[in-house]
Write a protein that binds this ligand. Structure first.
Ligand SMILES: Cc1cc2nc3c(=O)[nH]c(=O)nc-3n(C[C@H](O)[C@H](O)[C@H](O)COP(=O)(O)O)c2cc1C
Length: 337
């Protein structure tokens, strides 16, 4: 099967319909173990990050499988880890459609989905009953209706709910599509939030006898002068990793495109350079705390560069939509050394 033949059909559909069609096909293949054919032969590039074992450093970024409904198929594609979510305490519909736009000329997407998800409780049975060995991180956020001043209580609810079933928890304070969410990453706010979650984790660790790493996902739009302070506040509060980065509000490189004025976060090729520059600063500021590099990985060279900059692991989203399900195996083989 060739993705070059399937892509025109998928790109003829609106992006959310294409998403559902692609996952219907993947799930059907996964039932018979056939989704593995996309991956091909995979070398192991084992590594330990945040105390967890990974067979390879290529992960799925949050947002593609928000409700943990496609874990088997995604694992068969060869990912070294899968991040599901963003999950919020209560299910919510997200923003009105249309809310996702392709910019094929730029290998990019703009989305303002706004944390559409079924709520954290709905995902738990699927997380608990999963049989895949691939580590699964759970990305958590706040409901749109929760005032930003009460955001911590939403993160605490999600942390408690997923603690036993997540391999790690990713705290998303960087989606551009939930009003004021990014205010949480201000240098004088983020330390307090992470500290609250780390303190709760201590209690959960005692209760369940298991340590779950906490990673914090940041935006690529943080003022260059503040990155050091933001990252230090996150690390000093006891986070186990930084995920850098989410989508960007910038339209650099795509400003003349018909969709450029759509509100939302830009991902894919136009984000690569910006994400790499931010990653360099984040890695430097994070010191011994590991960093997961995300943003605009569209080729093996892009993934390698993020690892060379100092990322311990990387994640992909938009690249897979443009390059297809075989892209994961290609990346795993490409970064193997
Ligand atoms: C349609 C779409 C939905 C996304 N949803 C989420 C989300 O729910 N939570 C999150 O932390 N990041 C979300 N992201 C951001 C991605 O995880 C990733 O950080 C970003 O797209 C940059 O990587 P990429 O260029 O490989 O796509 C989403 C991205 C896209 C394109």
């Amino acid at each position: 099967m060739s993705y070059a033949l399937i892509r025109p059909f998928l790109f003829g559909l609106d992006p959310e319909t294409a998403h559902r069609a692609a996952f219907t096909a993947l799930d059907a293949q996964a039932k018979f173990g056939a989704a593995k054919l996309w991956a091909g032969r995979l070398p192991k590039t084992p590594r330990t990050v945040m105390g967890l074992q990974f067979d390879n450093p290529i992960g799925l970024a949050a947002g593609l499988d928000k409700n943990a409904e496609h874990l088997e198929g995604l694992a068969q594609l060869g990912f070294g880890f899968i991040e599901i979510g963003t999950l919020t305490p209560l299910g919510q519909p997200g923003n009105p459609t249309p809310r996702m736009f392709r910019l094929p000329e730029h290998n990019a997407l703009i989305n303002r989905l706004g944390f559409n998800n079924d709520g954290v409780e709905a995902a738990l049975p699927r997380l608990k009953s999963r049989t895949i060995k691939t580590p699964v991180g759970v990305n958590i956020g706040k409901n749109a209706a929760t005032p930003i001043t009460e955001a911590a209580s939403d993160y605490l609810k999600c942390l408690r709910a997923v603690y036993q079933t997540a391999d790690y928890i990713a705290v998303n304070v960087s989606s551009p599509n939930t009003k004021n969410l990014r205010d949480l990453q201000a240098p004088d706010s983020i330390g307090g939030l992470v500290h609250t979650l780390v303190r709760e984790r201590e209690a959960l660790q005692k209760q369940h006898g298991a340590y779950r790493p906490i990673a914090v996902k940041i935006a690529p739009d943080i003022d260059a002068k503040q990155i050091n302070d933001v990252v230090r506040a996150i690390c000093d509060a006891g986070a186990d990793a930084i995920i850098s980065s989410n989508t960007t509000l910038s339209r650099d490189g795509v400003s003349s495109h018909a969709h450029a004025k759509e509100a939302g976060g830009l991902s894919g090729a136009p984000l690569t350079e910006r994400a790499d520059r931010v990653l360099e600063k984040v890695v430097k500021a994070a010191g011994k705390t590991p960093v997961i590099g995300v943003g605009g990985i569209m080729s093996v060279a892009d993934a390698k560069r993020k690892l060379d900059i100092g990322a311990s692991l990387v994640q992909v989203y938009t690249g897979m939509l443009y390059k297809g399900p075989g892209f994961i195996g290609e990346l795993v083989r490409g970064v193997h050394r």
